[in-house]
Design a protein around this ligand. Structure first.
Ligand code: COS
Length: 387
């Protein structure tokens, strides 16, 4: 599929690939053991500009666009998920609200720090009472003069305990909600009334931190509103379109690694006098995985190229996210099956990857939410879950 990639992006993809294999993959066991990305690795990622690949050049990034970042995410997807997550948030949901809809002042103030990796970011939409039904959030922001007072509790927030800067979605008009009643705010670490709640214990993705964020009469100046009051839901949806695509791209990379590992293992492992690679049962599993990876990659490339051209294609983005995340889960399941007991014990990374990919069908919109978006598009329905 190289024919779709311009030369400069091919160079970038190769650079990320080399770095991932040489510098990041050897650290996987350490991340898994310590639950942390080693500081030296983070520093190298900062120096290579990994945190600002998508941020426009005038604000200190490389401005490679969503397709460019998908290529980088595909390569990062080969390594432990902690690496792609820390980079992915700053390049995606942590910076996109400002890049897409922020004021010039916000861009100048925050984007260079996000691009350099000095600031780690987070995107706070989900709440205990509203995850899939994003418009139903109860966090509220009330205007008082030139300030807003935010009250509420978010949860499942990726990078929550680490974040220096958080985009927080809050209701400013209960009647209007998704249609002009939700506003996005920038809240910096250390703002009085803003604190980190419980850190969630998860099935996988060691080294990635998800937590509650608590806003207790947290006051922010009106200049921290992203775009205009009431535009936050649309900012969030546009941000998620980008995030869903780059997540899909990372799933392609992870699946490629699983296929490579499964293929090598199948050639090595002998049963009943022959390598299992010679058995049709194994060949069909490899063939199905390769076919699905090819399909997902085509979807990611085609959709990201269209997205960068400015087309608004949430249904195609949803199809890509749905297919790629379900694909990587099937490929991981086959990888465990091909490896047999070796896929279940912790000696090889297959067991970890099997656990780590499960969340991809949940975050950035569950598979069911993606199907709703696709079905509404087919049927021509607008809004309302009964649609
Ligand atoms: N891009 C731009 N605008 C969008 C959009 C998109 N992708 N999707 C919706 N909008 C706009 C709509 O056009 C509508 O605008 P108007 O007020 O001008 O009519 C507005 O946003 C509300 O949209 P809609 O009526 O479709 O909202 P719903 O409440 O019905 O819900 C879904 C929409 C289900 C798509 C939304 O709730 C969703 O994505 N949920 C999943 C949230 C999620 O991914 N959470 C994961 C955690 S964040 S990492």
């Amino acid at each position: 599929m190289d024919f779709l990639i311009p030369e400069d992006l091919k160079d970038l993809k190769n650079m990320v690939r080399t770095f991932v294999r040489k510098e990041l993959m050897p650290l996987e066991e350490e991340v898994e053991r310590s639950g942390k990305i080693p500081e030296e690795a983070l520093q190298k990622m900062r120096e290579l500009g990994f945190f600002g690949l998508t941020i426009p050049t005038e604000y200190g990034g490389s401005g490679i666009g969503t397709f460019g970042y998908c290529l980088a995410a595909e390569e990062l997807g080969w390594a432990h998920s902690a690496f792609k997550t820390i980079c992915g948030v700053n390049n995606g949901i942590g910076s996109k609200p400002i890049v897409l809809d922020g004021t010039e002042e916000q861009k100048r103030k925050y984007l260079p720090k996000i691009a350099s990796g000095e600031y780690i970011t987070a995107f706070a939409l989900s709440e205990p009472g509203a995850g899939s039904d994003a418009a139903n959030i109860s966090t509220q922001a009330v205007r008082k003069g030139d300030r807003y007072i935010i009250n509420g509790r978010k949860h499942f927030i990726t990078n929550g305990p680490l974040a220096d800067l958080v985009t927080v979605l809050a209701v400013t008009d209960k009647e209007k909600r998704a249609h002009g009643g939700i506003t996005a705010f920038l809240v910096e670490k250390g703002t009085p009334g803003f604190s980190v709640g419980q850190i969630h214990k998860t099935m996988g993705s060691r080294g990635v931190y998800h937590s509650e964020l608590i806003f207790d009469n947290c006051e922010v100046p009106a200049e921290n509103v992203i775009g205009k009051e009431g535009m936050g839901f649309i900012t969030a949806m546009k941000t998620l379109d980008d995030g869903r695509l780059t997540l899909a791209a990372s799933c392609v990379g992870t699946a490629e690694r699983l296929l490579e590992m499964s293929t090598e293992y199948a050639k090595r492992r002998v049963t009943f006098g022959k390598p299992i690679a010679e058995r049709q049962a194994i060949q069909w599993m490899l063939a199905d995985s390769a076919t699905e990876i090819y399909a997902a990659k085509m979807m990611v490339y085609a959709t990201a190229i269209r997205y960068d051209k400015g087309e608004r294609i949430p249904a195609e983005v949803a199809m890509t996210k749905l297919y790629a995340t379900e694909m990587v889960n099937r490929v991981a399941d086959r990888a465990v099956q091909i490896h047999g007991g070796m896929g279940w014990i912790q000696e090889l990374p297959v067991e970890r990857i099997y656990r780590d990919v499960r969340v991809t069908r949940l975050y950035e919109g569950t598979s069911e939410i993606q199907r709703i978006i696709i079905a509404r598009n087919i049927l021509g329905y607008k809004g309302g879950l009964e649609g």
